[in-house]
Design a protein around this ligand. Structure first.
Ligand SMILES: [Zn+2]
Length: 211
């Protein structure tokens, strides 16, 4: 029997139970053959799982930053077909899709994010003023969230996770016209001034390929 089951056992003489009562304890009985076999299979499964995970790779990469604004993401308000009167519509302004409606989503169809460390993180110690911001103003900042990274998906398929020092944990969800080759990535920021402040940096990126 492999499942733990209730059994009454006497306390040892060194620590007798109160009033010498016998205490009920949970015992994990693995004396039988099926119990040991199941334990062995469970250990094997854990070993195989850890063996299948690809180890993270570190690489020096040239990083730039972008946001969702019209100049970073090449879009414009209104189309010339509508004499630019439909300023509430956004259209792609450059590249092969110029003139098509602009969705604001990443190339993989997700909403872009800046990395968020969440309430229960070291960030709350370094930036304690973020605690009330997370609790009251922006409750969606309570949970940690990966940032959006644009990369050449020939080398880094969608879902590749990257840790970028100074930026945080991100995941490849987007592509960019100028983001070609294995050494270039573009980091998404919520504000254009933050993206400008990042500029262009060569940093040691830790890459974790999807399974
Ligand atoms: Zn921008």
């Amino acid at each position: 029997m492999v499942l733990p089951h209730l059994r009454t056992a006497a306390r040892t003489p060194e620590s007798p139970g109160r009033d010498g009562r016998r205490d009920t304890v949970w015992v994990w009985e693995t004396s039988s053959f099926s119990g040991r076999a199941l334990l062995f299979l469970a250990l094997l499964a854990v070993l195989l799982q850890s063996g299948c995970a690809k180890p993270p790779v570190a690489k020096i990469m040239e990083t730039t930053a972008y946001c969702g604004c019209s100049s970073c993401c090449s879009w414009e308000r209104g189309s010339w077909a509508m004499l630019k009167l439909d300023f509430w519509n956004r259209y792609v302004s450059a590249g092969p899709n110029a003139g098509r409606p602009y969705s604001g989503l990443t190339a993989s169809g997700t909403v872009p994010y800046e990395p968020e460390e969440g309430l229960l993180s070291v960030d709350s110690i370094y930036r304690p003023w973020m605690i009330p911001v997370r609790l009251i103003l922006f409750p969606w900042y309570l949970l940690p969230h990966d940032g959006t990274i644009a990369a050449d998906t020939k080398y880094y398929p969608f879902g590749t996770r990257m840790y970028v020092p100074g930026y945080g944990q991100g995941v490849v969800e987007d592509r960019g016209g100028a983001i070609k080759g294995p050494n270039r990535i573009d980091l998404y920021f919520d504000s254009h001034s933050d993206a400008l402040a990042w500029g262009r940096k060569k940093v040691r990126v830790t890459i974790e390929y999807p399974r």
